[in-house]
Every structure is written in C-alpha cells, then in structure tokens.
Design a protein around this ligand. Structure first.
Ligand code: CTP
Length: 405
C-alpha cells in the first residue's frame, strides 16, 4: 500500500474521462489513501456523485453552499488536512480557471484557497484541437509556472472519434504519478540509464539460451529513479512487465544488442545502473534454420564470449562526461566475499549484491551494497522499497563524484 495515511482531494471537472476518475478513486483507496471527492456541476453530467461516493466511501461535495460543513466553508475545510489535490479529469475550461485564479464554484475556489504546501496535480482531458489551441497551451504554461503538476495528457483515439493529444492518462499511470509526487526528488535534473531483465541468445530461430531473471528489480529501479525526478532510459531484455510510467524503454534480445543500445544511449547520462542478468556467452554460430533431430545425434553448440557491458562502460570513466556506474551481482554462495571482489574487478564505485535464487522472479529481496568503505545490508523488503533506498544511496554518493562537483 503506497498511499497509507494520505488524504487526497480528488476533483472532477466535466469530461468523458470522468469514467477513468472512478477507477482512479478505487485505485487510490486500494493503496490506502482516504479520498474526498469534489465534483463540478459539469462533472455530474458525466458520472454521478453516487458512484463516486460508493467508491470513495465518503459523501461527495458538489456545491459551494453545501450546509454539511459546520462553518459552511467547504472550500477551506476540505483542503486543510489534505496531502494533495488531484484534478482528474481537468477540462480546458478548468485549466483556464486555475490559470486565472477563478473562484466561481467549490472546486475552483478550494484550489485557490488551498494551503501553499499542498501539491496540486492536474490531469488534462480534452479533444486534440482544444488541447493544442494556443489559448489552452498559454494557460497550461501558466499552471506550470505556478507550480501545478501537469500529468499527461496522452495521445491516441479520443471519445469524439478524432485522434491525437488530449486523452487523460490511464488510471494506473495516474496512480503511479500520484505515488511519485510523494517521493523526494533527489535525482531531479539527472539522466539515468538502466539495463534490466535477462538476455536471450538464439540457438536457431525457435530456440535459445536465457536465464531466470524476471526484470522486476530493474523495472523497480527505473520506476524509483523516475519518481526521484530523473529522466530514465530502460534497456530491457525480454520480460512480461509493463513499462513504468514516464520511462523511455528500448527492447533488446541479445547481450550484443544490449551493448549496442547502451553505447547509443550512454552519452550525457549521469548514472548507469546495470541490473540486467546478461548472458556471459552466446552461441558462436546460431543456425538460420531450425536445427532438426538427426538419428541418434545431439547438436554440438559452440559458445563465444559476450561483451561485458558494465565493465565496458566503467572502463570509460577516465573520459570526461562519464557516468557513475552501479552494478548488480547475483551469487549463489559467498556473497560478501564475491561481491566485494566483483566490485573491484568491474572497476565500479558501487555494487549491489543478492543471492540469485532468492531474487529471480521474487517480489521481495535482501540486498547488500558494496562500496570502497565496505558493505551495508538493506534488510528484506519489496523490490520497489529497495529500489527507492538504492536510488537514495546513489544520490548521496554522486554528489562526491567528479561529474557532479
Ligand atoms: N554484466 C554486464 N555484461 C555482462 C555480464 C554482466 O553488464 N556480459 C553486469 C550485470 O548487469 C551486473 C554485473 O555485470 O550488473 C554482474 O553480473 P554477474 O553476472 O553477477 O557477474 P559476471 O561478471 O557475469 O561474473 P560471474 O558470472 O562470473 O559471477
């Protein structure tokens, strides 16, 4: 539960995307948040307050003159203990109101009346022409300058039948963004390149050699880095995982393709985190056609060495503009001894060790950080929690790194 104890005001303005706000409300409560829904009159034409009341477990505010608040000041009371206000969907007209500080209904008034420390997140939802209209863009720019977080919008098919920018983010992406809003921005302005997942080395067009890495840890590190404010590129071997919202993902299969993709993306990166379980060897000459069973015989597969991606990038650290390199090590025994030795062998300042069969495919893990000072154990936790701790540890260390001085 990512939002336990958080009080969120969920404001709906008018738009078809109100149906997504219903699912978002459910998602917020499932993550432990207490949600107070406030709807504009237009929003009530798209979805009823009854639905939102059932999903949030609280009666909904729609009226500035609602007598239920003892002092009759709902615009003040609703936000005083809020941790965040989320406007989803945020219509073109509501963006205009926010940009101009309008106070002509309960939702707009409480946005203006909110305490300055309460973050305001707005998820625009409108037709593509409305979104690209210069007046809307001027207002959105004003919101950004005023410190309002703009979530999305996304591009795609719209309810009106047109296609383009203006769709409200999907509820799952909204949820990730809202969770991210509560994370410290220790990597703001940083670019981070991450490898994740297994690699797949073909034997022939239908067979290959891979390993048990699920990619969960690499994807959690990518999400944590993005939550911390970084611009994140994730180079991923084959996995079944969804891309963390806001992360740029490049898919590869083989170690060589991963090496090529890393080489292409590495310039300008501040941090490189190699989480992928890269195959050390590949088949020397994979068959272009399916290898057939022959009477009594078994195929002879010859191997050749793959490039060591992490060691290659770490070796560039003598060049100007090098990234801070972090490696992972999956060992099956002697973790403390092998981890420390591997960090030195790879020539990197920080290595994260874990026991292979305890981590592959699992949701929880225990990790050990190896640096020049020795080692630190991060106790067992889910991978996202560990990933956030790791990002925080890296942020402390990169301040001492030459590139950041
Ligand atoms: N790594 C890499 N390229 C490779 C092999 C490993 O970038 N060809 C990276 C991994 O992403 C990880 C680190 O190196 O960050 C350590 O990987 P691991 O497989 O534990 O180590 P190896 O160097 O392969 O050593 P060994 O298998 O002998 O333990």
């Amino acid at each position: 539960m990512e939002l336990t104890g958080k009080k969120i005001v969920l404001g709906l303005s008018g738009g078809v995307a109100c149906y997504k706000a219903a699912e978002l409300c459910r998602g917020l409560t499932k993550e432990g948040a207490s949600v107070q829904v406030v709807m504009t009159d237009a929003a009530t034409h798209f979805i009823t307050p009854v639905t939102m009341q059932a999903l949030s477990g609280k009666s909904v505010f729609t009226d500035q003159w609602d007598p239920r608040v003892p002092n009759n000041m709902a615009h003040i009371d609703v936000t005083r203990d809020a941790d965040a206000i989320v406007i989803a969907p945020c219509s073109a007209d509501f963006i205009r109101k926010l940009a101009h500080g309008a106070c002509d209904d309960l939702l707009s008034t409480l946005c203006v009346a909110r305490p300055r420390h309460v973050p305001l997140l707005a998820a625009p939802a409108m037709n593509v022409e409305m979104w690209t209209n210069p007046a809307t863009q001027r207002n959105v720019q004003q919101l950004r300058e005023d410190g309002i977080h703009i979530l999305g919008p996304a591009a795609g098919a719209q309810a009106c039948g047109e296609v383009g920018m203006g769709r409200m983010l999907e509820p799952a992406d909204m949820l990730e963004e809202i969770v991210a809003a509560f994370q410290p921005k220790v990597m703001a302005g940083k670019r981070i390149l991450i490898t994740a997942g297994p690699t797949f080395e073909p034997i022939d067009p239908v067979r290959g050699i891979t390993n048990l890495s699920s990619g969960k840890m690499g994807y959690a590190v990518a999400r944590a880095a993005r939550e911390a404010g970084a611009e994140v590129t994730l180079i991923s071997g084959p996995t079944a995982l969804a891309t963390p919202h806001g992360v740029h993902r490049v898919d590869v299969q083989t170690a060589q393709q991963m090496m090529d993709a890393v080489n292409q993306a590495i310039t300008g990166q501040h941090v490189f985190i190699a989480v992928a379980a890269v195959a050390d060897w590949r088949v020397a000459n994979p068959s272009t056609q399916k290898v057939k069973k022959t009477e009594g015989g078994t195929p002879h597969i010859a191997f050749e060495q793959n490039p060591d991606i992490l060691a290659t990038i770490a070796a560039r650290t003598t060049l100007a503009g090098h990234p801070y390199c972090v490696g992972f090590a999956a060992e099956s025994e002697n973790l403390l001894e092998y981890g420390a030795a591997k960090r030195e062998r790879k020539g990197i300042p920080l290595l994260v060790g874990n026991i292979g069969h305890h981590t592959f495919g699992q949701d929880d893990n225990t990790i050990v950080l190896f640096d020049e000072q020795g080692h630190t154990i991060l106790p067992r936790a889910d991978k996202l929690t560990l990933a956030r701790q790791l990002i925080s540890e890296i942020s402390k260390r990169i301040n001492k790194h030459s590139l950041f001085q």
